[in-house]
Design a protein around this ligand. Structure first.
Ligand code: PMP
Ligand code: GLN
Length: 388
């Protein structure tokens, strides 16, 4: 057997995702899982039934069309118009993917050449670093710093080089909950236009903005032709296991991303696409109710974490709260999260895994609040024992 390492160099060091690791720890210890971000209640019953109906009626049980079933592409196009006034052609400007995860991978593989530079907010959602690496490109972190986690736009400008190909944005931002302001978006868009950069924007938490409303960066002047917007039914409709995501972009960009997607999954699972087409047409009350419920849960967990002694950075969006553990006399989030199931029977995520310079993220720990109220209340009760 050759001594050459088995794992491709580009994947070296990527290891198992922290989410899987921490969920496994929750299962083994029986701790409350506030680590991996998935809801503990399924999405709307009528949407589940729509999936069952599609299965029974034989809709999507055989390979569906590569770009996604027309019903879903039309529903995505209607959603963009209804919420953002954006018109996208369902035939050429929409691509259905296996979750946002595949959309990110396909976009990076399609749009990057080896050696290209990608500027992305650090902490990075973990698949960004992996997908940029798999494309042979270089990530360039733009670090978001506590307490506000706002991007420093002068720093962004300074990081743009002739090799910069793409800005990888994420708003609302996982794990910090930062939501880009209109001014920040305008400034970022102006830089993208000035330097002729592509923008890939992960907006999976588009319906979880607690103050104000979400505005896609694709809606800004000069951005439509250079922006790939990514979203996911997993977040908005609480069906993370269905893995239905999508891309909206100009026809040439969608065509490029589709070329990569075709050779990753070829097509995405059929029957769920019909169900999500119905979900996207739910009345405004669904979207408002979803956001209001999570705002209440954010406040419940934020108050509880504060009372337990954490410094809390209140998120403007997403279903995650980033905390600082230093007021508890701790400084190593990794060690803290590994010990937490034993100490308080709760699982959380050490934000350090989302940083290139792990020390920069060491004191931060992320808690998910997409859980039932009674589960959050019990978690808070347990976390309060840490102080004593
Ligand atoms: N981007 C962000 C920022 C996320 O938090 C998630 C959640 N897992 C994803 C992408 C992936 O979404 P999906 O489950 O649809 O692949
Ligand atoms: N997006 C979720 C999180 O950030 C789940 C991630 C995953 O399991 N890949 O926790």
């Amino acid at each position: 057997m050759s001594t050459r390492p088995l794992l491709n160099r580009r994947l070296d060091g990527l290891g198992t995702t922290i989410f899987a690791e921490m969920s496994a720890l929750a299962t083994v210890t029986g701790a409350i899982n506030l680590g991996q971000g998935f809801p503990d209640t399924d999405g709307p019953e009528e949407i589940r039934e729509a999936a069952v109906r599609a299965l029974r009626q034989g809709k999507g049980n055989q390979y569906p069309p590569g770009p996604g079933v027309p019903e879903l592409r039309t529903a995505i196009s209607e959603h963009q118009l209804r919420f953002y006034g954006l018109s996208v052609d369902p035939d050429t400007e929409v691509l259905v993917t296996a979750g946002a995860t595949e959309a990110i991978a396909a976009a990076m593989l399609a749009l990057l050449e080896p050696g290209d530079e990608v500027i992305a907010f650090e902490p990075f959602y973990d698949s960004y670093a992996a997908c940029i690496a798999m494309a042979g490109a270089q990530r360039v972190p733009l670090t978001l710093r506590a307490p506000t986690f706002r991007p420093d736009l002068d720093e962004l400008r300074a990081k743009i080089t002739p090799r910069t190909r793409l800005l990888l944005l994420n708003t609302p931002h996982n794990p910090t909950g930062m939501v880009l302001t209109a001014d920040e978006q305008n400034a970022i868009a102006a830089l993208a236009v000035e330097h002729d950069l592509l923008v890939v924007t992960d907006e999976v938490y588009e319906h979880l903005v607690f103050e104000g409303t979400h505005r896609p960066i694709a809606s800004l002047p000069g951005m439509r032709e250079r922006t790939v917007t990514i979203s996911s039914a997993g977040k908005t409709f609480s069906f993370t296991g269905w893995k239905v995501g999508w891309v909206t972009a100009s026809a040439p960009l969608v065509s490029a991303v589709r070329t990569a997607k075709q050779y990753l999954t070829y097509v995405s699972a059929g029957p769920f696409q019909y169900a999500i087409a119905e979900a996207l047409r739910l009345p405004d009350s669904y979207f408002e109710g979803f956001r209001d419920d999570l705002r209440r849960k954010r406040d419940l967990l934020a108050d509880g974490l504060r009372a337990a002694g954490f410094e809390v950075y209140l998120p403007q969006g997403t279903y995650f709260i980033t905390t600082d553990i230093r007021p508890l006399g701790e400084s190593d989030g990794f060690a803290f999260c590994r010990a937490l199931p034993e100490r308080a029977s709760v699982v959380a995520i050490p934000n350090a895994v989302f940083y290139d310079h792990r020390e920069a993220g060491a004191p931060f720990v992320r808690f998910a609040f997409c859980k039932r109220t009674q589960v959050l209340e019990e978690a808070v009760k347990r976390l309060k024992t840490l102080a004593g």
